[in-house]
Design a protein around this ligand. Structure first.
Ligand SMILES: NC(=O)c1ccc[n+]([C@@H]2O[C@H](COP(=O)([O-])OP(=O)(O)OC[C@H]3O[C@@H](n4cnc5c(N)ncnc54)[C@H](O)[C@@H]3O)[C@@H](O)[C@H]2O)c1
Length: 253
């Protein structure tokens, strides 16, 4: 039986992924704000430390897969989005790296197709994320006003982080990949669709396939990346967006 740690296990993609692994007979350790094996707030350093130490305790320092699903949409304040979507992920990757190495395991980070849109090359907010300066990022994200900018920047930066870790993690025998969903029918998407500022754009954001994804369809992609079927997939971004990325920039990839 494998030990699978899933953040954001209480809802949406994280809940569907937890169900997938439980159905497969694996042991799931869920982390979320509430109603989870470990209740922890990943927006704060104290919450991240609590999550990491409780996982290490429950798993005896040996984790097969870490799946980072916890996240906030662009309708939340930018500084909170930045802390959860980027620093809440990098802290868990760092804190559980040795436990993943102990099992020759892997990690999957849920990013977003938003990571591939826009021009983030040399963008000061992207660079502040990659410098790991949470206080600076929070100040910049707060100045930017609406969290939609912090959302896209956090998702772009977390994919860069995954790619930048590929050498170190690969050499340690731990695979690390990211998934970029498009629009997935979850409470997060519903909140964005209901938001007065970004609601219309979110509702209009429809892929060529003509429908939004169900959480279980993204859980299947995550489960593939965490499985032995993906044993040579490392440092990659798997786009599962119904064709949005291909439609919006067909000659760039
Ligand atoms: N739904 C979409 O359309 C979509 C598209 C692209 C990417 N994503 C990404 O997928 C991931 C999962 O999103 P979802 O759509 O399933 O959303 P969701 O709101 O259904 O689930 C997110 C979970 O994260 C948890 N969470 C939020 N803040 C937290 C914190 N501070 N500490 C601990 N847990 C916290 C929530 O409690 C919730 O259970 C997110 O990273 C999101 O950015 C979603």
């Amino acid at each position: 039986m494998k030990t699978i740690v899933i953040t954001g296990s209480g809802s949406g993609i994280g809940a569907a992924t937890a169900q997938h692994f439980r159905d497969a007979g694996e042991r799931v350790i869920g982390i979320d704000l509430k109603d989870a094996d470990i209740a922890a707030d990943l927006s704060s350093a104290a919450g991240r430390d609590k999550a990491i130490s409780e996982v290490l305790q429950r798993s005896n320092g040996c984790v097969d897969s870490l799946i980072c699903c916890a996240g906030l949409g662009g309708n939340h304040p930018g500084e909170l989005v930045a802390s959860v979507n980027y620093f809440g992920v990098t802290a868990l990757l760092d804190g559980l790296f040795e436990a993943l190495r102990a099992s020759g395991g892997n990690a999957v980070v849920v990013a977003s197709v938003a990571a591939t849109q826009g021009n983030w090359e040399d963008h000061p907010l992207r660079d502040a994320f990659l410098d790991g300066d949470e206080a600076k990022v929070r100040a910049m994200a707060s100045d930017a006003g609406h969290g939609v900018i912090a959302y896209a920047a956090s998702k772009h930066a977390i994919v860069c982080h995954v790619r930048r870790k590929a050498k170190e993690w690969g050499e340690a025998g731990v695979r690390l990949n990211a998934v970029a969903p498009g629009a997935v029918e979850t409470p997060l998407l519903q909140q964005s669709m209901d938001d007065p500022l970004i609601g219309k754009a979110t509702r209009d954001f429809l892929p060529p396939m003509g429908r939004r994804a169900q959480s279980v369809e993204i859980a299947g992609v995550i489960a593939f990346l965490a499985s032995d079927a993906a044993s040579y997939v490392h440092g990659s971004l798997l786009v599962a967006d119904g064709g949005i990325d291909a439609m919006s920039r067909p000659t760039r990839f």
